[in-house]
Design a protein around this ligand. Structure first.
Ligand code: C5P
Length: 225
């Protein structure tokens, strides 16, 4: 977009996957590439925003003109996003935050023992950062955007998730083995709390990013004097 319609705004974008360590050399991870979050950060910067990009695991080059904070675990991502959100106009949670983490972190490498089966891995829930940000709102009128990757009943699950998370916009996309993850392209429906449903046709992740900002901008409160 040519319009500098995010000038004077601070936006926070999370991107990439978290890694939840089992021991010093192993982790539970996911297939998020970080491309969608990086596209959101780059397009917001191009539209004039000050951008804080909180990045989990990704191999992507850092976008220019963006403040990047690197994180590993969901707990680190939570801390970084809560801090950055304190003075943000909008927070977009594009990161693939692990829903669960190993209950126990082994401070030494877990070893295989002769003639013995491995111990099972017990998982515990991570806090839901999107729900927390949506409930707390560090600033009145702060806009919170979530993402939902669904494999079935995409729209019904998306609508339920929008209500459950309490965010203003939810970008819902259908994922599968050959869809969305790692790809440069994406297809989505963006659901808003006012009932608006904006389909975004299959295309570059930059196009989806621009549409997210197109929906965010008119929902932001007036600039403070
Ligand atoms: O519940 P689900 O993982 O499908 O929700 C996805 C959305 O919630 C994404 O926007 C993701 O960044 C966010 N999320 C979060 N904290 C978690 C899990 C997901 O903020 N623990």
């Amino acid at each position: 977009a040519l319009a500098q319609d995010l000038t004077g705004r601070h936006v926070v974008v999370t991107a990439g996957g978290t890694r939840e360590p089992l021991d010093p050399v192993r982790y539970l991870g996911n297939r998020s590439s970080g491309k969608q979050g990086y596209a959101l950060a780059a397009t917001a910067a191009a539209r004039g925003a000050r951008v804080t990009l909180i990045a989990g695991n990704t191999a992507l080059p850092e976008p220019v003109g963006v403040d990047v904070v690197r994180v590993g675990t969901a707990a680190q991502l939570r801390e970084a996003v809560l801090k950055a959100a304190a003075d943000a106009d909008a927070v977009v949670m594009a990161a693939a935050v692990a829903d669960f983490r190993p209950a126990v972190y082994a401070t030494g490498k877990i070893k295989k023992r002769e003639g013995q089966e491995p111990d099972p891995v017990t998982l515990v829930r991570n806090p839901d950062i999107l729900a927390e940000l949506s409930a707390e709102r560090a600033r009145p009128g702060q806009l919170v955007v979530g993402f939902a990757a669904e494999t079935d009943d995409v729209l019904a699950n998306g609508r339920a998730k929008l209500a459950r998370k309490g965010c203003d916009l939810l970008v819902v996309n259908e994922v599968g083995e050959h869809k969305a993850f790692g790809s440069a392209e994406n297809e989505a429906v963006i659901l808003a709390t006012d009932g608006t449903e904006t389909p975004v046709p299959y295309g570059p992740k930059e196009d989806l990013a621009e549409t997210v900002w197109d929906l965010v901008v008119p929902r932001l409160p007036e600039h403070r004097p």
